[in-house]
Design a protein around this ligand. Structure first.
Ligand code: ADP
Ligand code: ZN
Length: 563
């Protein structure tokens, strides 16, 4: 029913609805006029007095040709008037109104229904397609990513309304059917698909994987809600199990700790570690990148600067402000040198975690390992967690947070399942503590900007993290998710620039990609200076957006060939 209602509230149907309202207004006016004229004529021609209600009653019975005949004229002028009312009733009420209703509403609606015929199978020759089971915010971001890389994909859902919406509004190819029906799986050519994304509930995913495995060996990546189900999902045949909530919790945990000048390793890429160092408390405050001489002193490359949620690839004259974070790449040893350079590790860190769902719990687990002390706050107990004890109460209650000691906190993780609550908590915490490190989770993509505007230092969007992980699995890329639109990747040194220095090769001006490190087989990766010579047989580790990565491929040939 709601879908039908939605149909009438949209687009052209909505305009037609307005037209209908105007027409009804016109009819009402006509009836009122006739009623007034009726009373006037009755009084002056026949000397009979009628109430206004009787006038309306008379006009309606005559216009609808019902004509009870209990009130009638007995003069010629009266007869003429009654005839005019009857004929106008037939025209306006019995012909134009039904005709309008049918042609403006019923016909387009039936037409739309008839036009949309859900598909129940794919052509037999279909192959190399990606199959996505389950539609949720992560899947929607994934659809966009797949479409922008021109990878053919098909969504399978048993929800008719959803499939209609996806096909009509988002131009996504959909096949209707139950995901665990063997016949239907054969009809969508699971055996010749390139990859399968199982994005249903844990139990449905297990069922789906088992069914697919009874048919073929197409690789499957399954999103797992509860980390304890990972093994079961793998057992049922998934090649990759992605514990999304746990990964997001880890991201939040990593970015929430404010251990003074301690560097945080956020990920690693082969022997290279990618770490973040807050500028605040380091000797680099208010220096330009050139003055800071980070590469010369530590051998690490500065690959990016975070400032209030924006990631930029720095230039020589980029200023290191105290509110920013430097993202560095280097080996483990170089990182130690860096840490020595920027001072001792502070130990008096305290993180508040607001929301002890699966993500909050995973963040706490990450901090357990560091270890960084933390306080969990949730209005309910988490039935899946036995290791943590949360302060019970509403996180929006300022007194509760104060009593729990939020004033001592250096970091804050905002991770309730409600984005409005998250925005509110971010805003009020930023307001009372301008220096706290606030990381927040966005449940829907639309709220990322609001969370940053509310004062979050980092926002992790469930959907875009999930979609990026799945994309990386699909492209079997060893690449790192830093933020939407930034990836780190490896390429051999292109033959056309062999023998040139980094500066002469003009790789960055030509492609937009920056060089993170130069790798030689069997040696430590090297942070290249502008004078470093690019030798044949080396690999480049590069950072850039997917477009820049593509540009690199276009200029120097796609991976492996023509080097
Ligand atoms: P996920 O598992 O994805 O983290 P959940 O819905 O399980 O998501 O977790 C969200 C948690 O946030 C729940 O445990 C819920 O009780 C908690 N929560 C929601 N609103 C508030 C609030 N105002 N104060 C405290 N906790 C909250
Ligand atoms: Zn827990």
């Amino acid at each position: 029913i709601s879908a039908e209602l939605a149909y009438f509230l949209r687009g052209r149907a909505r305009q037609n609805l307005k037209l209908l309202l105007y027409y009804c207004g016109f009819l009402l006016l006509l009836i009122l006029c006739y009623a007034t004229l009726f009373r006037y004529l009755m009084l002056h021609l026949e000397g009979r007095e009628f109430s206004f209600v009787a006038g309306v009653y008379w006009a309606i019975t005559v216009m609808t040709t019902l004509g009870f005949g209990d009130i009638t004229f007995h003069t010629d002028i009266g007869y003429v008037f009654a005839t005019v009312v009857t004929i106008s009733g037939v025209v306006f009420l019995l012909i134009i109104l039904p005709f309008g209703l049918i042609s403006l509403f019923l016909a387009p609606w039936i037409e739309q229904r008839l036009r949309y015929r859900p598909s129940f199978s794919l052509p037999p020759e279909t192959s190399g397609h990606v199959l996505v089971f389950g539609v949720n915010p992560t899947a929607r971001v994934l659809f966009r990513n797949l479409a922008s890389r021109k990878i053919p994909f098909v969504v399978i859902t048993d929800d008719y309304e959803e499939s209609l919406r996806l096909e009509e509004e988002e131009d996504v190819r959909v096949v209707c059917g139950s995901p665990t029906d063997v016949k239907m799986l054969q009809k969508v050519r699971v055996d010749s698909a390139r990859y399968i994304f199982a994005n249903l509930s844990d139990t449905e995913n297990t069922n789906l994987c088992l069914t697919i495995r009874s048919l073929c060996k197409t690789p499957i990546a399954a999103v797992v809600d509860e980390p304890e189900h990972i093994d079961l999902v793998r057992l049922s045949g998934a090649d990759k199990a992605v514990p999304l909530q746990r990964i997001i919790g880890r991201y939040l945990g990593i970015r929430s700790t404010t251990c003074g000048a301690l560097a945080h390793v956020i990920d690693s890429f082969g022997p290279l570690q990618i770490a973040e160092v807050p500028v605040h408390g380091s000797p680099f405050v208010d220096m330009t990148l050139e003055q800071a001489r980070i590469r010369q002193q530590t051998g690490m490359t500065v690959i990016g600067i975070w400032d209030r949620g924006t990631f930029t690839v720095p230039e020589r004259d980029t200023l290191l402000s105290p509110s920013s974070l430097v993202v560095l790449a280097g080996t483990h040893d170089q990182l130690r040198v860096m840490e020595e350079l920027i001072g001792e590790q502070e130990t008096d860190d305290l993180v508040f975690i607001l929301g002890h769902g699966r993500i909050g719990c995973a963040a706490a687990r990450f901090l357990d390992r560091k270890p960084v002390p933390y306080v969990l706050i949730d209005q309910e107990e988490n039935p899946h967690c036995e290791s943590h004890i949360a302060v019970l109460g509403d996180a929006t209650n300022r007194h509760l947070l104060k009593k729990a000691g939020i004033d001592q906190a250096k970091g804050l993780i905002v991770t309730t399942n409600d984005d409005s609550t998250n925005i509110f908590l971010t805003l009020s915490s930023r307001n009372s503590n301008p220096h706290m490190r606030i990381v927040a989770r966005a449940n829907t993509e639309e709220n990322v900007a609001q969370l940053y505007a509310a004062g979050a230092d980092f926002v992790v969007s469930n959907a875009s993290v999930g979609a990026s992980i799945l994309m990386n699995i699909l492209e079997s890329k060893e690449s790192i998710f830093l933020t939407e639109g930034v990836t780190i990747f490896r390429r051999p040194v292109p033959t056309s620039v062999v023998g040139m220095s980094v500066n002469e090769s003009r790789l960055r001006p030509r492609t937009g990609c920056s060089i993170v490190a130069l790798e030689v087989e069997g040696e430590e990766p090297l942070a290249p200076s502008p004078e470093t010579i690019l030798r044949a047989g080396c690999s480049l580790v590069l950072i850039g957006s997917p477009e820049q990565e593509k540009k690199f491929g276009e200029l120097f040939g796609p991976g492996g060939e023509g080097w």
